[in-house]
Structure formats: C-alpha cells, structure tokens
Design a binder for this molecule. Structure first.
Ligand code: SF4
Length: 232
C-alpha cells in the first residue's frame, strides 16, 4: 500500500491589507474631502428639478431606481401635474401609469398623493423647510428630507446616506455602522456642517466612478493612501 500523500498547504489568498492610516480621523476626513472635491468638481444632485416640489417628487421616485430612469419619467409627470395641488388631485391609476417604470409604483403613487395633499392642506402649497415638517409628509424619511433640505433650500441638516455613501464610509473606515442613520451620525461628527450636502454627492460620484460595489479600483484610487480598504 502506497503512503497517503499529504496535500500541500493552501497559500492564503492575497488581499489588499487593511492599513491603519496614521493621521487623526478629523484630519483624514478633511484630506479625503479635499481630494474628492478636486476629483469631482461638478458633483451635484443628479435628479433633474426646478424647485423643491420637483426634487421631493424625484427623490421619492428614486427609491430602488436609478436617477437616470427617474429623469426620464419626471418631465412628463410634471407636465401633467405641475405642482402639489394638481398632483394631490391626480387619479391614482393615471399617476401609477406615468411612474410605473420607476418600480414600486403603487406605493410611490400613494406617497406622492399623500405628500402633495398634506403640502396643500397644511403647508399652504409650499414644501416645508424643516426636518420635522418634512418627516411628517407621507413617504418622506430622513434621506429624502436631507436631499430636499440640502439641495433645494441650501440647508445642511444632515448627510444623505444611500448605498454608495454607506459602502464607501465603511471601506474608508469612517464608520463601523451599516444602519444609514448611524452612518450619518458618524459622518456628521467627522465632517464640518457646511460640507454635509456636497459630501454625499462627492462620495456618490466616487462610488460610481472608482469605488464601485463589486470591483473597487483601489490601485488607481486617489484616496488609496488614506483608505484602510476595509472589507475590500
Ligand atoms: S477604491 Fe479602494 S482605496 Fe479607493 S476608496 Fe474605495 S476601498 Fe478605498
């Protein structure tokens, strides 16, 4: 009987190491922001809008949908319902038909009808400008409220945390959290208030261009020296 051959030990797969950047967290955050600002000078809200109501509607439609798809739907939608009073009176079936391609159209139509109705009845037909009032609108959670406050009213009340922002914040070691509300709290502590709205646009731009979900391009990333590449 021939002796059983021992299998050679498997070599560990080489992965980029999680470096511990030596700079203090706030200083690192400042540097990350400065580099991203340089890399994406045109970063801004990708949802086409002309006023706060259009942005609110577009943001509600953007849940589980691409901004590009929303931008295809909104011109026709706003031509049919130019403001909250017209949208509040819309027939649910017709509204659903117009927004169908953005997905989850039944719930989204419900949110649009509810939010428009409340804007007309309780806020004099104007989109409210505080976090508390925005959160009282049907279908509006903190992310949507942050988008509207930051981009339509220029108010830095918080940081928009979508899938890109959440993923990048973890990889860059800016948070250990995965719950968007907790991620937002960590980002708020690290970045100065006046940068909160643009920060989300910068992270989203970087998430789309370089640090994408499946294949982050760490070798060519301008942040490589500052990033611990957690989970990559
Ligand atoms: S691409 Fe890599 S180095 Fe750049 S931010 Fe993402 S994880 Fe960090």
């Amino acid at each position: 009987m021939s002796p059983v051959k021992k299998k050679p030990a498997m070599k560990p797969t080489k992965r980029p190491s999680a470096k511990a950047p030596s700079v203090a967290p706030a200083e690192r955050a400042r540097k990350i922001y400065a580099i991203l600002e340089q890399q994406y000078p045109d970063a801004r809200c990708a949802l086409t809008h002309h006023d706060a109501f259009e942005l609110l509607v577009a943001t509600i439609l953007s849940a589980q949908c691409t901004d590009a798809r929303v931008n295809m739907v909104t011109p026709g939608l706003f031509a049919r319902y130019p403001g909250p009073s017209e949208m509040a009176e819309a027939s649910p079936e017709e509204l659903e038909g117009i927004i169908r391609s953005t997905g989850f159209y039944h719930n989204k139509a419900k949110s649009l009808l509810g939010a428009s109705g409340k804007i007309v009845e309780e806020f004099g037909g104007k989109v409210p400008q505080t976090m508390e009032e925005l959160l009282s609108l049907p279908g509006v959670a903190r992310k949507t409220a942050n988008v509207v406050l930051g981009n339509a009213f220029g108010k830095n009340e918080g940081v928009v945390v979508d899938t890109h922002v959440g993923r990048l914040a973890v990889r860059m070691g800016l948070t250990k959290q995965t719950d968007p509300k907790k991620v937002e709290q960590d980002l708020i502590k690290l970045f100065p208030r006046e940068s909160w709205t643009l920060l989300a646009h910068l992270l989203i731009s970087h998430g789309r261009a370089v640090c994408n979900a499946r294949k982050p391009m760490c070798e060519s990333c301008a942040l490589a020296e500052l990033c611990p590449m957690i989970g990559v």
